[in-house]
Design a protein around this ligand. Structure first.
Ligand code: COA
Length: 284
């Protein structure tokens, strides 16, 4: 469906690019001709993703960066520009999340998730946005949110993530209007369940819960990474020039089936929570 050079000439700054959906998007965008600058906290996965892109003849570079730290984001953006010249697009994909009973959360736990998701997305958006405005370049921002980010939805047991992603969505719609005159577009994608090591290890309490989620899903399956990567490529491409301030849900109608992706965790017995909490305490 896509021409092979759909994203040719683009330089894309993608956060959380070493693993999971970030990695899948990085590979797909590079396949479509984009030069990828990947940032994340851990060097090894970033290096591996870049090497894979380089192996098939694509262009990629990386730097480690914790998006919670504005100065680190500024440095990473400068490095990206040094590598590829002007950056054309930003994908705010880096995220932090885990399931927990909210009354048990420490302030630092809340801040960690909000820091990565909301502050991190703002840091990257502002660092690139102010350059695009000053240099009259225009730009394109794609924010990876979630179906429970909608203000009238939310989700039990992932409250820091729900608050942070709702904020990212508000930033998307607000800046879509404010920065339209600078030819900067902002859109979001709200993925439903897409299996990744990072998400599954933190959000799926058991194999049984996973099976039940699938059984309750209208399509009886989870998302495939290429399905999300192709949607993201479309939204970043010139074909989507007039789409601005939109959030596209890609979940096979899961959220329509029952708002609140994690509300069914109410079915977990108290003992299962206690076992998980004890295991986590043993690790730390
Ligand atoms: N339940 C409750 N609290 C938790 C928790 C859990 N499962 N996991 C971490 N926390 C708390 C920690 O106890 C700590 O709080 P404290 O200092 O008051 O004890 C706080 O969160 C920060 O944890 P820490 O591991 O020190 O922070 P970090 O910055 O290294 O990690 C996280 C950030 C917590 C978001 C971590 O899960 C992470 O790195 N996630 C990135 C990848 C990811 O989440 N992917 C899934 C995307 S869907």
């Amino acid at each position: 469906m896509f021409q092979h050079d759909l994203l040719k000439g683009r330089a894309i700054f993608l956060t959380g690019g070493g693993t999971g959906l970030g990695r899948s998007m990085a590979l797909r965008f590079a396949e479509l001709g984009a030069r990828m600058f990947l940032v994340g906290r851990r060097e090894q996965p970033l290096r591996e993703t870049c090497e894979e892109i380089l192996r098939f003849g694509g262009a990629a570079a990386f730097t480690t960066c914790d998006v919670r730290d504005y100065a680190a984001v500024e440095t990473a953006v400068a490095q990206a520009e040094q590598q590829f010249g002007a950056i054309n697009a930003l994908v705010n994909n880096a995220a932090g999340n885990f399931i927990a009973r909210t009354e048990k959360l420490s302030p630092n736990a809340f801040n960690s998730v909000v820091g990565i998701v909301l502050n991190g997305s703002f840091h990257c958006t502002q660092a690139l946005g102010k350059r695009w405005i000053a240099q009259k370049l225009g730009g394109n921002v794609l924010n990876i949110v979630t179906t429970y980010a909608a203000a009238n939805c939310g989700s039990a047991f992932v409250v820091p993530s729900a608050c942070a992603k709702a904020g990212v969505l508000a930033m998307t719609t607000s800046l879509a209007v404010e920065w339209a005159k600078y030819h900067i577009r902002l859109n979001a994608i709200a993925p439903g369940p897409f299996p990744t090591e990072g998400a599954w290890s933190r959000l799926m309490p058991s194999k049984q819960f996973e099976e039940d989620s699938k059984a309750k899903h209208p399509l009886k399956r989870f998302g495939r990474h290429e399905e999300l990567a192709n949607l993201a490529a479309f939204l970043l491409s010139d074909m989507a020039e007039y789409i601005n301030g939109e959030c596209v849900v890609i979940d096979g109608a899961q959220w329509l089936r029952g708002a609140g992706e994690f509300n069914d965790l109410m079915l977990l017995p108290e003992s299962a929570w206690e076992t998980m909490e004890a295991a986590r305490q043993k690790k730390s």
